[in-house]
Design a protein around this ligand. Structure first.
Ligand code: C2E
Ligand code: CA
Ligand code: CA
Ligand code: CA
Length: 271
């Protein structure tokens, strides 16, 4: 028999309740995991497009609860909504700086949520972390998406200016899949642009290649160096290097890996 209207409503409300309950549970688990240092970075190599030599690493957050891994897209968004992103971001920054401090002069890139940049304490927190570990600010690049341009850009601009004065660099992440304007690129003083994997993938069709070319000419006109993300084939690597990307990142070069692995594969020293 067909369910009554009331029956359906009750079911619907019950489902909402379960969702809310599950979200609250996930938030609790995440809060605990952050406190216990269970959200930690892995590192993906960034290499010179011409020589293939290591230029830096990007820290990418990982969380593997007993129930199985949760993707960063999911737990970062939960953290943003639950007011946990400042704490999570600080832990990742601290752990990344600590791991990378012995990696001579290679760069360290860390992702920053636009929500973090809106916090008036953001610049001071980054400075405190760098000072505590005596990490050279010139080695640090903070990657932010154009979401930062959307709300309270003035606060973000102030924080960026302050950190840039200390030597910290900024990269505009995921360029090419949104609508970041030329004006914004200049106004915010980005030091580097990272073109999104979707642009790299579409290199293989004519229109996609055209969009990529236009994007790279824009970067060139602004004199902003470009990292290509998600490079999976040698063909892509060659095409991107030829078109002026100076850094490559992607599975072709290396997947995100543990700090130990970075040392073993890329930084093998006499010790
Ligand atoms: P993202 O910053 O654009 O990072 C690049 C993503 O592409 C990473 O996914 C990386 O593992 C993946 N990737 C790299 N090379 C390739 C490739 O050749 N092929 C393919 N298919 N994928 C590749 P991941 O680690 O799942 O991170 C997803 C997103 O989560 C990141 O995108 C970033 O926006 C966010 N995220 C990760 N860690 C943090 C963090 O510590 N803080 C913040 N705020 N966001 C983070
Ligand atoms: Ca990134
Ligand atoms: Ca990206
Ligand atoms: Ca992305």
């Amino acid at each position: 028999a067909k369910e009554s209207g009331r029956g359906r409503v009750v079911k619907y409300l019950a489902a909402l309740d379960i969702q809310r309950h599950q979200r609250a549970e996930l938030e609790d688990k995440l809060r605990q995991a952050i406190e216990n240092g269970e959200v930690r970075p892995v590192f993906q190599p960034l290499v010179d497009a011409k020589t293939g030599s290591l230029r830096g690493v990007e820290a990418l957050a990982r969380w593997v609860p007993e129930t199985g891994p949760i993707t960063p897209e999911v737990f970062i968004s939960v953290a943003e909504k639950a007011g946990l992103i400042d704490q999570l971001g600080r832990k990742i920054l601290e752990a990344s700086v600590e791991a990378a401090s012995s990696w001579n002069d290679i760069g360290l890139s860390v992702n920053i949520s636009p929500v973090q940049l809106r916090n008036p304490d953001f610049a001071a927190v980054v400075e405190a972390v760098l000072e505590k570990s005596e990490f050279d600010p010139n080695r640090l690049t903070l990657e932010i998406t154009e979401g930062v341009l959307m709300s309270n850009p003035e606060q973000a601009k102030r924080a960026m200016a302050r950190l840039k004065a200390n030597g910290v660099k900024f990269a505009l992440d995921d360029f090419g899949c949104g609508y970041a304007s030329i004006g914004a690129l200049r106004e915010f003083g980005f030091d580097r642009m990272k073109i999104d994997r979707s642009l790299v993938v579409s290199l293989s069709d004519e229109k996609g290649a055209g969009v990529l070319n236009a994007t790279l000419s824009l970067a060139k006109a602004l004199d902003i160096p470009v990292t290509a993300e998600g490079v999976e084939t040698q063909e892509q690597a060659d095409a991107l290097a030829e078109r002026g990307c100076d850094q490559l990142q992607g599975y072709l070069v290396g997947k995100p890996m543990e700090a130990k692995q970075v040392e073993k594969v890329f930084l093998r020293t006499a010790a």
